[in-house]
Every structure is written in structure tokens, then in C-alpha cells.
Unconditional design. Structure first.
Length: 176
């Protein structure tokens, strides 16, 4: 499946391994959360990078001790109206996770800005929409009402942009 990072299609070099699948001797691997819990010692001793596939029902708080050892976390969007991955992504960034956050599943161009604002930086996009549609979606909004604290780009908040050259606003008594 095509992988979009910084508006460019890049090859996905990660190997996804199921809960009971055999680990390859080398290479970066993505494992489900249950396997991470069960085999943390073996997985963390590997010389390659470790990624995690988290389901929408897993709690991000349970990853606290594992976060420093993870280079990638994959979060699913099983349906366009299932927003649990947004909440999980934001929670992970607030917990201090700075590795790659990848969105997979029903990822749509019109939701790209929201995904970037909560911390996603890679997207498994499929071939449903051409790359030009994704590039356009990434440029459509350069300002956001909510703070996009985790975006690695030039996005700014509207309040900040409006007040860069303004004098500080002093509290005025309420007329009325």
C-alpha cells in the first residue's frame, strides 16, 4: 500500500508481523500490542527498529514504559466516522512520543489536516485518490483554530497569526 510522508510517496520498509507469525531475522518489524506485551524482552533486544500496531480499543496509557523503544506506531481508521485514532494519537504525543505515527485504513484527503494536527506524520493511502488530491489537501489549510502543537510543519494557529504585531489586549470592563 502506498505510504505518504511529507506529500511524497515513499516505500514502506517495515515488515508487519501477526501475533503468532514468525519474526524475520533482520529488518524493522511492526507487531500487535498483545505480542509486544508478551515478548517485550525479545523484541526490544533486536538490532532493528520496532513498530507497534495499536487497535482502537487499546489504551495509550498502557504504552508508557514501551514508548522510548518504539520507532513507529500504526493507528487504524476502520471507518471514516471512527475518530478514536485521533484521540489516541493526541494522547501519545502528549505522553511524549516523538516517533512516527502512521494512519492506516479508511484514510481520506479531507481528514488529512485534522490528522496532522493531532500528530500523524505518515499515511497508508491506497490508490483510491491520486497523489495530487493528497497534495492539494495538505495545502488547503495553512491556519487552524485549534493548536496544532504536534505538527512538524509551518501550520500556525489563527489567534497567533492575528496577534503577531498587535499590542497586548488589556482586559476591558464589561459594558452593560
Amino acid at each position: 500500500m502506498p505510504l505518504l510522508k511529507n506529500n511524497v510517496l515513499v516505500p514502506d520498509t517495515w515488515i508487519s508481523v501477526e501475533a503468532d507469525g514468525e519474526l524475520p531475522p533482520t529488518g524493522d518489524v511492526i507487531v500487535p500490542f498483545a505480542r509486544l506485551l508478551k515478548e517485550w524482552g525479545e523484541l526490544s533486544a533486536r538490532k532493528s527498529r520496532l513498530g507497534l500496531r495499536l487497535s482502537n480499543t487499546d489504551k495509550p496509557e498502557a504504552l508508557g514504559t514501551f514508548l522510548p523503544g518504539l520507532s513507529l506506531i500504526v493507528l487504524p481508521f476502520p471507518a471514516f466516522n471512527d475518530g478514536r485514532a485521533y484521540s489516541i494519537a493526541r494522547a501519545l504525543r502528549e505522553m511524549g512520543y516523538r516517533g512516527e505515527l502512521r494512519a492506516t485504513g479508511n484514510v481520506l484527503p479531507d481528514q488529512l489536516q485534522f490528522m496532522l494536527q493531532v500528530g500523524f506524520d505518515a499515511f497508508e493511502i491506497g490508490d483510491r485518490f491520486p497523489l495530487e488530491t493528497w497534495a492539494k489537501a495538505s495545502r488547503q489549510m495553512s491556519l487552524a483554530y485549534q493548536r496544532g502543537l504536534f505538527r512538524r510543519g509551518a501550520e500556525a494557529e489563527i489567534w497567533t497569526e492575528r496577534h503577531t504585531d498587535a499590542e497586548p489586549w488589556l482586559e476591558q470592563p464589561h459594558a452593560g
